[in-house]
Ligand binder design. Sequence first.
Ligand code: HEC
Ligand code: HEC
Ligand code: HEC
Ligand code: HEC
Ligand code: HEC
Length: 642
Amino acid sequence: MIKVLQKILFLFAATSLSCVAAPFEDSMAQRLQACTGCHGAQGRAGPDGYYPRLAGKPVGYLYNQLLNIREGRRHYALMEGLLEPLSNAYLLEIAQHFSKLEVPYPSPLPASAPQELLARGRTLVTQGDPGQEVPPCQQCHGEALTGAAPHVPGLLGLPRDYLNAQLGGWRSGQRRAQSPDCMGHIANRLSNRDVAAVTHWLAAQPVPANAKPLAALPAWPTGTKALHCGSAAVASAMATVAVTPQVLTPQAAQGAYLARLGNCETCHTALGGTPYAGQRPIETPFGTAYSTNLTPDPATGLGNWTKDDFWQALHHGQAKDGRLLSPVFPYPSYTRVTREDADALFAYLQNLPPANQPRRPARMRWPFGTQTALRAWQTLFFTPQDFQPDAAQSKVWNRGAYLVNGLGHCGECHTPRNLLGATQQAKALSGGLIPMQNWLAPSLLSSAAAGIDARHLGDTLQLLKSGHASQDTSNGPMALVVQGSTQYLNAADLQAMGVYLQSLTPSGKQVKPKASAKTAAANHASSAPAVLTNVAELYVKHCADCHGRQGQGVPGAYPALANNRAVLSADTSNLIQTVLHGGFAPVTQANPKPFGMPPMMLMLSDAEIAQVLSYLRNSWGNQSAPVTESEVSRLRERQASR
Ligand code: HEC
Ligand code: HEC
Ligand code: HEC
Ligand code: HEC
Ligand code: HEC
């Protein structure tokens, strides 16, 4: 399957991405090239039935699909990753962009099915089958089948394969819409023959000239039982994309700020769920943990907790009922939070609207997660402690140290872990591999790894604040840290974090990635010019439109690849992941509409990705060890096996 797709996309890419570099324009179309690489120029659909058209579909429908895909009701892994760091407001704008495009529809292919089957298809579309509880498709999709605003799509101009895949998706549970899922109900009442009938018939109908969705859903005829669609709620959801700020006491307001710094909401909110109501799954090598409900609901949340109970959780890793808590909740860092800050956090959480959402038990491999195992774990690896200021250092430095090692819990990712999942304090902040995700959180002690030295400090602080800087973007798990947490740091705290982080790096010393220069020189000498030209062509064809012929990038949009820390990094896993999966810089207040990079996974083979990355690492003054095909294959396979 993947192989076939790869071929299709490859052919497709050769025609779409390779055209002469268009001049850069600051537009939505430019931002969304990561999408149109698959969905076709202007979102007019891919060359076959697989990549759906986006252009001209009702805005609420497109917005719903983006939410469905990001929140797991509809599955397409390569898009889930792209959409993860985008805000609802940006998704709505993306939906509006594609919805407004008017591009012609292809002419239908002549119907190849027997007349009898086509007649059945037509009957289902126009009259439904009351005996099977199937209303006429026209009832919702409109008499002309061109859809209805805001949330019902048209059914014409879509390839038969695509229609089959969608109805099949509803039948198998691969595709769901907001509940009640009217299409799920309908698809499950159609026989296989009915599905074939309806898709053959629909795919053979021409799209009427000037096809537009109806302004509103047609009313149900009197006397018939209406079938409701949860997806209709999108209209009100679209209106509330902008949240109204809450009025808080000074203590609770301080708590709201601290909750950002601790990134509590990101872990404690399920994708698309009620903020802070828990149930987000967190994968670990020992099994899956679920975050809990932090809203003040008495039955399922913290409604009956006192500030002492809360302190016991944060500082001692123990719940109100005495249960020892799993260190997936980063209390080994939060233990350093002061009592005053803990009380402010609690005051804020108690101000949230209560949400009734029960705890979901963790699914851990035995014995992990049992109270006995947790007791042993805490005995070995955890001691409640207070933050100890260093009297020899400035107040600003100490504030930075408190934030990084306490609420910021940077070490939960940037410190290596032992076999039992405990961070190794002797190697604090020296870089850690994030289990299950194949991302490396680079060492914060080396300027080459994370770029925190005097020369780059400005850029690093800009990254923490906005998620992108001229030479860099925050990707993967770090994108969510910037989005949920560091973008909210006030100027003084950002500065304090910078001062502390910079003090960890030996200043002035420019550490080059290991073995890089030497291998690079050898690599240059041994590669025949013919090969190099080929690779240069690969780069020009797939990358240069955005990153520039000289790897110079476009400020504010596309990172420069010349002299880029992420490109030169000794460990290549993050680099390979970025190119395999593409992505957007996170949406932040300072960068509300980031630009996207298309996933290259289906477009380039492992060998080609290795070649193009080796080329990047040794062009425009870059010098670093080449990337091998097996490094790329390893990461691609790990992903496929998940
Ligand atoms: C790697 C290829 C690929 C990329 C990149 C991609 N998509 Fe998709 N997209 C798909 C496929 C395949 C489907 C259909 C999935 C299915 O069958 O459920 C889809 C479905 C959709 C749908 C639902 C369409 C419908 O009519 O139901 C929307 C909306 C969408 N994509 C928007 C986007 C946007 C916006 C981006 C960029 C941020 C994007 N896609 C990037 C492949 C891609
Ligand atoms: C009760 C209203 C209703 C009826 C009746 C109905 N649909 Fe739908 N249909 C919807 C809604 C709403 C959606 C959008 C669902 C979503 O948000 O994913 C939809 C989506 C679809 C899609 C997905 C289109 C795309 O671009 O991905 C197909 C295919 C479809 N319907 C086919 C049918 C067929 C065939 C019938 C008749 C047998 C039918 N529908 C009857 C409401 C209806
Ligand atoms: C990396 C993800 C993550 C982050 C970040 C996180 N938590 Fe949690 N938290 C969890 C998980 C998982 C649990 C469940 C632990 C268990 O059941 O043993 C939990 C449990 C808790 C509990 C215990 C609740 C109960 O009912 O037993 C409290 C209180 C809590 N978290 C508060 C916070 C606060 C406050 C913050 C931010 C300062 C925060 N959490 C940040 C993952 C996280
Ligand atoms: C959830 C895990 C996680 C946490 C928590 C985390 N980081 Fe990161 N960090 C990463 C990963 C993964 C990368 C590599 C991202 C990349 O290549 O873009 C990274 C990269 C960085 C970089 C290099 C610049 C960049 O974005 O690529 C800096 C600086 C950094 N982190 C600082 C911090 C600080 C300061 C904190 C605490 C406030 C922190 N990180 C917390 C995972 C994490
Ligand atoms: C449509 C424009 C576009 C194309 C084509 C493109 N990129 Fe990107 N690239 C981006 C954007 C936007 C980012 C920043 C977002 C991100 O990091 O996820 C980025 C980020 C990167 C990064 C990470 C840089 C950093 O500092 O973290 C690398 C490496 C990269 N691209 C390499 C490539 C390679 C190699 C190709 C060709 C095979 C390519 N890109 C094609 C737009 C593009």
